[in-house]
Design a protein around this ligand. Structure first.
Ligand code: DGJ
Length: 348
């Protein structure tokens, strides 16, 4: 009798296990965790350090592209492009903009900082906007380069002061309707200039002054639901400082005052972008920053932190933004895991 009972119990356990395979959420079974570690030098697939600071990430046709300053030649950075399908293994693709080759002044009278890669749906071309500067930061110009393929030799389009405005630290922002903007620190680091671009992303057509007189740089904008969020830093060279956040319902007017976000030195980083990871289960936002001079300029690191959301009334934190959790919070983590397919992240 005992034996018979054990037999049926075993059968039942096996049946329950089989059933659980079918009823368990498929995403949980298929979860692919990617570990992101901060503070370490990223190595490329050839075992060489990844040099790509002050740049941005672009997701195109399932491939991540990382563009940024190659500070191995500290004061004359070329622009490197890497690609990855898993955000962990980064293959060096090409120096898409190179001293001398891309422009006769580059590497002599001009250097590039903060190259930002865009894909223009109208022209089907890849476009780079960047800070185009003299060694003493007196030129205060921007430059635009363009290429038919993501990993080719980018051709110089133009350089100068956008709409006649002195322009330094910069970023790009593409709104949900595809309108692209160049945003930079203008007027001797006094204001931010939000420049709307032509539909071919080659020129600036209009300017809105933001953060007037507040002396901000490294502006990173993200549009979430009906709100624009902008993280920026003060202008303290390569030294980190308190990151601040402002929000608005309208990109051009009505920006709030600046609120502190993160610790007093932005966890030793300076914002370069906020990535939106639209997953099958949730949307996650990732803060991307540069940890400059760690300890030297070429050894600067890329820092990535998941953004959390606080319930203003209870203080409770959430990994996702909803009606009750709307206050953006930046906490430091040496490492965390994210599933880029589902958008779910967790502590390691
Ligand atoms: C901080 C900026 O964000 C960098 O891009 C660079 O311009 C340095 N300042 C130069 O001091």
């Amino acid at each position: 009798m005992n034996r018979l009972l054990r037999f049926f119990t075993l059968q039942l356990t096996f049946f329950t296990f089989l059933l659980s395979l079918f009823t368990y959420p498929s995403s949980a079974l298929a979860q692919t965790w990617t570990t992101i570690e901060n503070g370490k030098t990223w190595m490329d697939t050839e075992g060489r350090p990844v040099y790509a600071n002050g740049g941005n990430f672009l997701l195109k046709d399932g491939v991540w592209y990382l563009v940024g300053e190659d500070r191995s030649s500290a004061w004359m950075p070329d622009v490197n492009l890497y690609c990855s399908t898993d955000f962990v293994h980064w293959k060096f693709v090409h120096k898409i903009i190179e001293n001398r080759r891309s422009h006769p002044d580059l590497g002599r009278r001009r250097m590039i900082e903060r190259p930002k890669l865009l894909f223009c749906p109208e022209t089907q071309k890849f476009v780079v906007w960047c800070h185009w500067e003299a060694r003493n930061y007196g030129a205060s110009e921007a430059a635009v380069f363009e290429c038919d393929s993501v990993g080719g030799d980018y051709e110089y389009v133009w350089s100068g002061r956008p709409l006649g405005t002195k322009s330094r630290d910069c970023n790009v922002f593409v709104d949900n309707d595809g309108t692209a903007f160049f945003i930079s620190t203008t007027d001797e680091n006094t204001n931010l200039g939000l420049f709307m671009l032509t539909s071919d992303y080659r020129q600036a057509v209009s300017k809105t002054v933001l953060c007037e007189g507040l002396r901000r740089e490294a502006p990173a904008i993200v549009h979430i639901d009906s709100t624009y969020y902008m993280i920026s830093s003060a202008c303290t060279g390569w030294e980190p400082n308190q990151a601040k956040l402002c929000v608005s319902r309208n990109l051009h007017v009505g920006w709030s005052r600046l609120f502190n976000i993160g610790d007093p030195i932005a966890y030793d980083s300076q914002a370069s972008s906020v990535l939106t990871i639209h997953g099958t289960e949730q949307t996650t936002y990732l803060y991307v920053g540069d940890r400059w001079m760690d300890p030297t300029l070429p050894e600067s690191k890329i820092i990535i932190l998941p953004i959390e959301w606080r319930n203003f009334h209870t203080g409770e934190l959430s990994k996702t933004k909803d009606e009750n959790h709307r206050q953006m919070v930046l906490n430091y983590r040496d490492r965390f895991e994210i599933d880029f397919k589902t958008g779910v992240w967790r502590d390691f």
